[in-house]
Design a protein around this ligand. Structure first.
Ligand code: B12
Ligand code: SF4
Length: 653
């Protein structure tokens, strides 16, 4: 059930095409005013461990990237609304620049589906004569774009199109629409014309609906295929642009006259997430990432990464970054290019680099490959690494990790001054505790804590859309359809709730996760961590302020600073215990009722994956690239005339 790849040689965009399309759009935008609102769907019921802090304090890179791309292409009348900060936002009440925007863009992960659907429905409440064009994107629609459209005749309103790819797909769509747009014509009207003429079919990465009657329910979905990928990530628009578009946090339903002032961004966004690399060489059967990336590994150069961190820090004073990497250590040479550039600037405590630190994700296997370079990587500012340990014994997942290698990687990282943070995956066969081996989840957490883990994540193995195992988890009856008469909703399909299991008593699995967290985050450990701190590692108390500033310190200021750095290094472990316990209270409050339902209620298993209820097809009438098995092929009579695809080269010409 992985996404298919494009043919070799057609996967990557031609070098320079991303830069060119931005230039072409700037010319079009200068003639045609477009206002747009980008909404990030967020369901607050999903606020549980392990991300109770990061989920609200980090502006998601996806919506920020889309905002940056629009501004960079000349569409400066754009606002980004995060439901994380603006719970009550209603698209049907919004006004931007005094009018209803031309374009509403909604981004969503699967677990935020209900919030996303509410946003789409609200946007559809706008009078049809003025209603904006509604485009959706993000992880939910990359894998299951049909979820953007309604097959329900009682509730026929959905999005106009789903983007199953990245910035370039949206920019290509806008280019076609603005080229065809007549004077004073609405974007929605030109979109309808474009789709009926087949002008959208040459843009891979789109799914749009067609219906027999205007405003009627969607009867077929046309899927233009798998997107082409941007190979050189240095061509991406600069992320610094997106932060200037944020709606000020509040309880209102509409938009403020101005975006969040630049000097208040850091108050709400403590961590900036940046795309440094994309892709991973491993092929874990439960993970959709390698197939999504069509087996490509894409990176930014060291200079570009340094420039992004530097400009974001200089503009918004954010000094903590999160690399949205799948496996930052995937390719040693590429990692070292980034690390060496940052290390050079940080070692000289050059403003603003001395103060910058970042976190990311990597594998045990690649950490060991980079063992000699870890001190350099630490000097570049890398402070913590989330590691997909999953199962210390390697019996569930094999990606080059086992107990010996994991502990070796933890030791090397900590000696270099980098915190390792294990991500664990619990599954049916794993007990809570075992006595003669290291198979139990608590045994594994104990070993990892002793090896220096300061935080952790324990998730239940659950069906991940776009992964190899996805279809089988449903057709084998592992995934639940309902529990106690309650259908499985997407907001609980995040690995924190047991929604797929063949265990005779799945509630035991749910309790095991809670007990595993309780073992890791508890008051006794908090007390012990005050004295035997796991956070006091080399470089944890390093001075990061610019040399010219510390040179002016008096002996007393110097002493106070020294004391605060020492205290921070010693107490961070305890602080993370407090964060973990606070998250655990929330997790218990949310998942304990589910444990009860699993214990008392009847569990009905699924027998097939959740395919589209609306027939799908490619523009030429063949099977759609994003259709899951079981999706009906749209009838041939509905076919549009096949249009001559326009390629990047022909457009450039
Ligand atoms: C960073 C990250 C997080 C951070 C997010 C914090 C934040 N506020 O940003 C944290 C650590 C909190 C997190 C948590 C979780 N995450 Co997470 N996370 C990621 C990660 C590694 C990077 C995301 C990112 O920033 N990518 C970079 C941006 C630029 O890419 P993007 O978001 O896909 O956006 C691009 C396109 O999708 C598209 N696009 C996006 N939106 C839109 C909208 C429109 C209109 C258009 C046209 C295009 C478009 O254009 C963008 C630019 O290229 C991804 C994996 C990955 N490599 O993407 C997983 C990922 C997003 N997470 C995932 C999951 C499952 C989770 C958790 C549920 C895990 C858990 N069980 O706890 C939680 C959910 C927490 C919550 N309550 O929301 C899944 C989502 C799967 C899905 N189909 O929905 C992903 C994809 C990993 C995976 N399994 O493949 N995560
Ligand atoms: S190592 Fe991580 S990112 Fe790579 S395929 Fe496995 S789970 Fe996915």
């Amino acid at each position: 059930m992985e996404l298919p790849s494009r043919a070799p040689g057609e996967i990557l965009l031609p070098q320079g095409e991303m830069t060119d399309i931005r230039r072409r759009l700037r010319a079009l935008a200068a003639q045609r005013d477009v206002t747009s609102v980008i909404a990030c769907a967020f369901d607050h019921r999903t606020r549980v461990l392990p991300f109770v802090y990061a989920d609200l304090r980090m502006v998601p890179a996806g919506v920020r990237a889309i905002g940056s791309a629009l501004v960079d292409s000349g569409f400066s009348k754009t606002r980004i609304v995060l439901q994380q900060w603006n719970k009550n936002f209603r698209p049907d009440e919004m006004r931007l620049d005094g009018r209803i925007p031309d374009l509403v863009l909604v981004s969503s992960m699967h677990l935020h589906s209900s919030a996303c659907d509410r946003l789409i429905r609200a946007a559809n409440q706008i009078d049809p004569a003025q209603r904006p064009l509604i485009i959706v994107g993000g992880p939910r629609f990359i894998y299951e774009p049909w979820q953007a459209f309604s097959h329900d005749p009682q509730q026929p309103k959905g999005a106009d199109a789903a983007v199953t790819g990245e910035e370039y797909v949206l920019l290509s769509l806008l280019e076609v629409l603005l080229t065809l747009r007549a004077r004073h014509e609405s974007l929605r009207s030109v979109f309808e014309r474009a789709k009926e003429s087949g002008a959208l079919d040459a843009i891979p990465g789109l799914v749009y609906g067609r219906s027999a009657q205007p405003e009627g329910p969607v009867e077929e979905l046309v899927d233009t295929g798998i997107q082409r990928l941007l190979g050189n990530l240095d061509e991406l628009p600069h992320p610094v642009l997106g932060y200037q578009l944020l709606e000020t946090p509040g309880r209102g339903t509409t938009l403020a006259a101005q975006a969040l002032p630049v000097n208040r961004v850091r108050k709400h966004c403590k961590i900036s997430s940046l795309v440094l690399t994309v892709g991973c060489k491993f092929r874990c059967a439960y993970c959709p990432i390698p197939a999504y990336n069509q087996r490509q590994y894409r990176v930014k150069s060291g200079e570009r990464v340094a420039d992004e961190m530097g400009r974001i820090n200089a503009t918004y004073h954010i000094n903590t970054f999160f690399g949205a990497d799948d496996n930052f250590f995937n390719d040693a040479a590429r990692t070292l290019d980034i690390a060496e550039t940052l290390a050079r600037k940080r070692t000289a405590r050059e403003r603003p680099y001395g103060n910058i630190r970042y976190f990311t994700e990597a594998t045990v296997h690649d950490t060991l490959i980079l063992r000699e370079h870890l001190p350099l990587i630490r000097r570049s500012g890398l402070t913590g690494v989330w590691m997909g340990v999953e199962d210390l014994t390697g019996s569930l997942v094999k990606k080059g990790q086992n107990k010996g290698k994991t502990l070796e990687a933890f030791r090397l990282l900590r000696e270099s001054g980098i915190y390792p943070i294990p991500m664990m995956m619990h599954h049916d066969a794993q007990p809570l505790v075992t006595f003669r081996n290291n198979y139990g989840i608590v045994n594994q957490l104990r070993t990892l804590r002793q090896a220096g883990a300061i935080y952790t994540q324990v998730l239940m193995l659950s069906p991940a859309p776009g992964s190899k195992w996805y279809g089988d988890t449903f057709s084998s009856g592992l995934a639940f359809a309902s529990v106690a008469g309650r259908p499985i909703e997407q907001w609980i399909s995040d690995g924190n709730y047991v929604v797929a299991s063949k265990h005779p008593r799945p509630w035991i699995k749910q309790l095991t996760i809670l007990l595993a967290y309780l073992f890791f985050f508890n008051p006794l450990r908090l007390l012990l961590s005050l004295f035997w701190s796991k956070s006091n590692i080399p470089h944890a108390d390093d001075e990061t302020r610019p040399a010219e500033e510390t040179a002016r310190y008096t002996p007393w200021t110097k002493f106070k600073r020294w004391l605060s750095l020492k205290a921070r290094a010693q107490l961070m472990d305890a602080a993370l215990q407090v964060v973990g316990m606070a998250g655990l209270i929330q997790t218990v409050r949310r998942t304990l009722p589910w444990t009860w339902q699993l214990m008392r209620g009847r569990i009905v298993a699924c027998d097939r994956p959740p395919a589209s209820k609306i027939p799908m097809r490619s523009p030429q009438g063949g099977p759609a690239s994003h259709a899951l098995p079981g999706t009906e092929l749209a009838a041939p009579h509905a076919l549009l005339p096949v249009v001559q695809p326009h390629t990047c080269e022909s457009k450039a010409a």
